[in-house]
Design a protein around this ligand. Structure first.
Ligand code: GLA
Length: 721
């Protein structure tokens, strides 16, 4: 049993293999965290929270002693003396803002219940705690699911209005937690378009720090991930508490250090674009939040995330399955193609081992640039006179599958769809609508819009023998007004994303054999909710090998390598102009779900051999990349190198990468201690034998003459295998 309740001391014990999450019910009926950290035996640890007081602190309703101002809490309320960030804020029918929730009951469920209309992790034993505001008849339920091996607790909340009148939810977090210390650093994944998920570490300080998005998507800029860690934590040592929202919309996660050095962290839907009318009898469900504990630094934290997402989040039909090796034609042609050029490209790919060709943007409507055509999901016969069917057929004949790019949430002003339904876009009621990349966002809170797109995309897939869909989303949302929701437009940001989930659920369920890849101007919607539908996501529009080393390194903090789509592209690189050897581009694209994104017709024979060799090599290592344990060895953010190793579960095989950023004359010789191997095995690599203990303790030595961006990739195989 992972969940236990001690009635005598009113304490809940959520126990994993190596961690405990312990909280209790106070005399005032509030939930108080006691320990989230290394596993301890069940015992009374309430002493840790005793005796906290301060002058001038108000006492909670009905209590002479309990002050919410200093009480550590699991789900704090607003307005009753706790001046820190609340987890919930409800406007009651009388205009008040002080709904209060106290413990009523709890239950342990064998199976984790699903959330309606939202992605969630699969899971087992789940604790549900019911808290109630008796005055307004509001029931708050907090859910906790334990993942014993992965050091994880998954949390969420629901609110039910049992009162006669509507209430308005101003804020409702997926989770909140008070940690009784503040000597911590915070680590975030920050960036922007073409430079997603850079690792940034800084000390936690008094006051509020927020990572958030108000863009209507989880965004390129701040991933819904944050870790708090010991000051001396690194990849291998130190405590790390990590948090990740299973949400693709506007979000917020805040940390707050208070006067007594308590750190509060909480997050969920961003309250800035959120005020939800909850009518009598209705319930509201928050998205999930993942809480991970590691006592052994960031590497273990990441492995916990990877294991959790591969086992319990990503579609099990694909999670561990060999991914299609794709040739995507975006960087081959951009918008400038016709039947002849596409057909020639497919012909050239024949026999390389590439197994899927993906026709990117520009194949539909009057789409000859990014100014027109979105929304018209039927083929552009001027460009492709024989339709998609001919290309799809040609792919099959060449031993490949056929895929298409779509951007189903968008519409161009110059499109048949917009002319027919100008009222289907998100815009303010009176002012001229904002554009982004010259396009509008469809109002996915309108059921008729989602129904229409469901139909059109289903027909597209069915009629053209499509096996792969790249689902893009290329602009941020503005205005947040819906003429469908009208005065309830403050629900639009969340309802929009529910519409996206509904479409994704429909298409991925209906077309089980079609592989869906996520994308949003590169990695602008790289989050666990998208991963639930799309087993892999295009990590960035930046395909430069060095930039990708940074991006993939940062992304791996939270997401498994299999979730990252990465392609070998042309040199000089189209985004950075950098010239890198083919071998480096292929090596970096090996540490993810691989593919190609270049014009094969422009390659010489040597590079075409490189393509074949990369497909072959990737075929040999893909099992390790997909299923193995990742160890980050050298960070490109902190050193002149990027280095990682992925080790198979039985430790018999490992793939290692080292990239040098910039060459240096008479440089030091890098010595890298490998990780995760079996110390008793003897490994073979490059025709030499090494003891696992030597590789991990003496290390591997590399030349000091590696050139700019030169990359070494090595496969270690345990002898006798
Ligand atoms: C986005 C994607 C690219 C490509 C273009 C097409 O930028 O990230 O990969 O599909 O759109 O317009």
């Amino acid at each position: 049993m992972a969940i236990n309740y001690n009635e005598r001391i009113k304490t809940f014990y959520l126990q994993g293999e190596r961690f405990s999450y312990i909280f209790r019910i106070t005399d005032g009926g509030r939930l108080q965290p006691l320990h989230f950290g290394t596993r301890i035996k069940e015992q009374d640890v309430s002493y840790i929270a005793e005796g906290r007081k301060t002058e001038f602190a108000p006492t909670a309703p009905g209590s002479e002693t309990e002050s919410l101002d200093v009480l550590t809490q699991e789900y704090p309320v607003y307005g009753l003396g706790d001046y820190r960030e609340p987890a919930i804020l409800v406007l009651t029918p009388d205009g008040g803002r002080t709904a209060d929730f106290v413990y009523r009951s709890h239950a342990v469920l064998k199976e984790k219940p699903k959330i309606g209309g939202m992605p969630s992790l699969r899971g087992g034993e789940t604790l549900v705690i019911e808290l109630k505001d008796e005055i307004y008849d509001l029931t708050l339920r907090l859910y906790y699911t334990v993942y014993e091996k992965q050091g994880a607790i998954v949390r969420r909340a629901t609110l039910k209005n049992g009162g006669e009148k509507a209430v308005f939810i101003n804020k409702i977090n997926s989770f909140s937690l008070d940690i009784p210390r503040c000597d911590l650093d915070k680590v975030c994944l920050q960036g922007g378009w073409a430079k997603e998920r850079g690792v940034e570490r800084s000390p936690l300080s008094h006051g509020i720090f927020e990572i958030s998005s108000t863009r209507g998507s989880s965004s390129h800029h701040l991933n819904p991930f944050i870790a708090l860690c010991d000051k001396n934590a690194d990849e291998n040592v130190g405590e790390a508490y990590a948090f990740n929202l299973v949400y693709s919309g506007s979000f917020s996660v805040k940390t707050q250090v208070d006067q007594l050095g308590i750190t509060r962290i909480g997050g969920g839907i961003n309250e800035k674009d959120f005020c939800w009318r909850l009518n009598s009898g209705e319930s509201f469900e928050t998205p999930e939040a993942v809480l991970i504990y590691s006592a052994a630094g960031f590497n273990k934290m990441s492995q916990n995330f990877h294991d959790l997402y591969r086992k319990f989040l990503i579609n099990p039909a694909y999670a561990y399955k060999k991914r299609p090796v794709v040739l995507n034609c975006w960087e081959s042609f951009y918008f400038d193609f016709d039947y002849k050029s596409v057909s020639k490209l497919i012909e050239k790919a024949k026999g390389t081992g590439i197994d899927t060709f993906v026709l990117d943007d520009g194949w539909f409507g009057n789409r000859n640039s990014d100014k027109t055509g979105l929304g018209d999901w039927s083929v552009n016969y001027d460009k492709l006179p024989y339709g998609l069917k001919a290309l799809s057929k040609q792919c099959r004949a060449a031993g490949m599958k056929f895929g298409v790019w779509i951007e189903p949430e968008m519409v161009s002003e110059d499109s048949v769809l917009y002319r027919a339904h100008p009222d289907w876009i998100i815009r303010s009621p009176k002012a001229e609508p904002c554009k982004g990349r010259h396009q509008y966002v469809l109002d996915f809170s309108k059921p008729e819009v989602v129904e229409y797109i469901k139909r059109v995309i289903s027909d597209l897939i069915k009629e053209n023998d499509v096996s792969y869909v790249k689902w893009d989303m290329n602009r941020n949302i503005t205005e947040f007004y819906s003429d469908y929701l009208k005065e309830r437009s403050s629900e639009l940001a969340h309802r929009y994303i529910l519409g996206v989930y509904a479409l994704a659920e429909h298409l991925t369920t209906k077309f089980k054999n079609v592989f869906f890849e996520g994308c949003s101007g590169g990695g602008g919607r790289f989050d666990p909710a998208m991963l639930y539908y799309f087993p892999q996501i295009w990590a960035s529009d930046n395909t430069d090998a060095l930039s990708r080393a940074y991006i993939q390194y940062g992304t791996s903090f939270c997401y498994p390598l299999s979730a990252i789509s990465g392609h070998v592209s042309a040199s000089p690189n189209h985004q950075t102009g950098r010239i890198t050897p083919f071998s480096s581009r292929a090596a970096v694209a090996s540490f993810c779900s691989t593919g190609f994104e270049l014009d094969l017709n422009a390659l010489d024979e040597k590079d075409m051999d490189g393509i074949k060799n990369h497909v072959k090599f990737y075929g040999e290592i893909s099992d390790i990349i997909l299923k193995g344990d990742l160890y980050r060895l050298l960070s490109p953010f902190d050193s002149n190198y990027f280095s990682q190793i992925v080790v198979s579960e039985n430790k018999k095989k490992a793939v290692f990468i080292l990239m040098k950023k910039l060459a240096c004359c008479n440089d030091e010789y890098p010595v890298i201690k490998l990780k995760g191997l079996n110390e008793n095995f003897t490994y073979e690599a490059n025709g030499r034998l090494y003891g696992g203990d030597a590789l991990m303790n003496v290390g591997m030595k590399f030349g000091n003459d590696l050139k700019d961006f030169e990359t070494v990739i090595t496969v270690f195989t345990a002898k006798g295998d």
